[in-house]
Each structure stands twice: as C-alpha cells, then as structure tokens.
Ligand binder design. Structure first.
Ligand code: FMN
Length: 158
C-alpha cells in the first residue's frame, strides 16, 4: 500500500470528498465535508459520518467496502452536485459529469486524484443528547444524527 500523506483538515473541510459504496452497476456517492484519517486497533482507518436519510446510507449498510475519494479543484462544481442532489431522484454521476470506475471491491471515479479503499470495521449512531448545545442547534434542528463508520484503509490509489 502507498504510504498515506494527507492533510485531512484541508481535504475534508476545504476541498471536500466523495464517499461511495456499491458496485459499478449499482452504487451511490455523496459529498462529505466531515471526516478523518487515523489509527485504531493497530489499523490505519478513515472515519466518515453519514445521516440515515441519505440514499448513500443504504449502500453503506448493504456493502462491506466503501471508498473515500479526493478531487482536483476543477471538480468542485461536480462535488456540489453530488452534495445537493440525491441518487434517489436522478443519475447523479451523469448530472455531475463524473465517470465511475471499479476500485477493488468498490467504486470510485476516474477524475479522483486519490482514493482510499476501505473495509467497514465499525459503525455507531451518534447520540443527540451527547452533543454540545451549539452543535445541536446549528446542525440538528430537523435532520437526524449521523452514523459514524470507521473503515480500514486497505488500499490507496493515486
Ligand atoms: C460540502 C458538503 C459536505 C457534506 N457533508 C456531509 C457529511 O459529512 N455527511 C452527510 O451525511 N451529508 C453531508 N452532505 C450532504 C450530502 O452530500 C447530500 O445530502 C447528498 O445530496 C446526499 O445524496 P444521496 O441522497 O444520493 O446520498 C454534505 C454536502 C455538502 C455540499
């Protein structure tokens, strides 16, 4: 596996990323702005947070693998589409102009400059009553709390 050098603050918060689960024939992806990379249980991992009302959530539940992929600035508009439309209602890949490609047991996009192929290790639902008040007011007035997924990074494709 390539050694992973990643500025996670910049990649998630400023540049955004896509998470994808499923097969080439049947996958779904969405934009994320929250996430991280780190280590636990002697493994290198990526952690992402997905609300249960996302179409992508059902793909995360059905599949053992997922990808986290990062893009050049020229794809920012496409990431905006992937983060505002739902795969329930349209062909998001086509609307965003992104080209899905196989990535091990999962899927990423030809336009990605880096993809983390992850195998689900652990998940947990975040509990609203443990959130700081300001976070609750700002992000959780109407939408449900996220499910956190920790995936072991089994490959880095660049
Ligand atoms: C910059 C940005 C960051 C986002 N981050 C997250 C996130 O970390 N978790 C999440 O559940 N939704 C996040 N979203 C919202 C989803 O990307 C959005 O609801 C998307 O349309 C869901 O698509 P789907 O229904 O096809 O899964 C973000 C959206 C944007 C634009």
């Amino acid at each position: 596996m390539n050694h992973l050098m990643i500025d996670a603050y910049d990649e998630f918060e400023n540049k955004w990323a896509l998470v994808t689960a499923g097969s080439l024939a049947d996958h779904n992806s969405m934009t994320i702005g929250w996430g991280g990379v780190g280590c636990i249980w002697g493994k290198h991992v990526a952690t992402v947070y997905i609300r249960p009302n996302r179409h992508t959530y059902s793909y995360f539940e059905k599949n053992e693998y997922f990808t986290v992929s990062f893009y050049p600035d020229s794809c920012k508009k496409a990431l905006g589409v992937m983060g505002s439309k739902s795969g329930r209602d349209c062909d998001k890949d086509a609307e965003a102009g992104l080209t899905a490609v196989s990535c091990g047991e999962s899927v990423t996009y030809a336009e990605a400059r880096r993809t983390l192929l992850c195998r689900k290790l652990y998940w947990q639902d975040m509990e609203l009553d443990r959130f700081p008040e300001d976070v609750k007011t700002r992000y959780f007035k109407s939408e449900p709390a996220h499910r956190m997924y920790i995936g072991e990074i089994i490959d880095v494709i660049e």
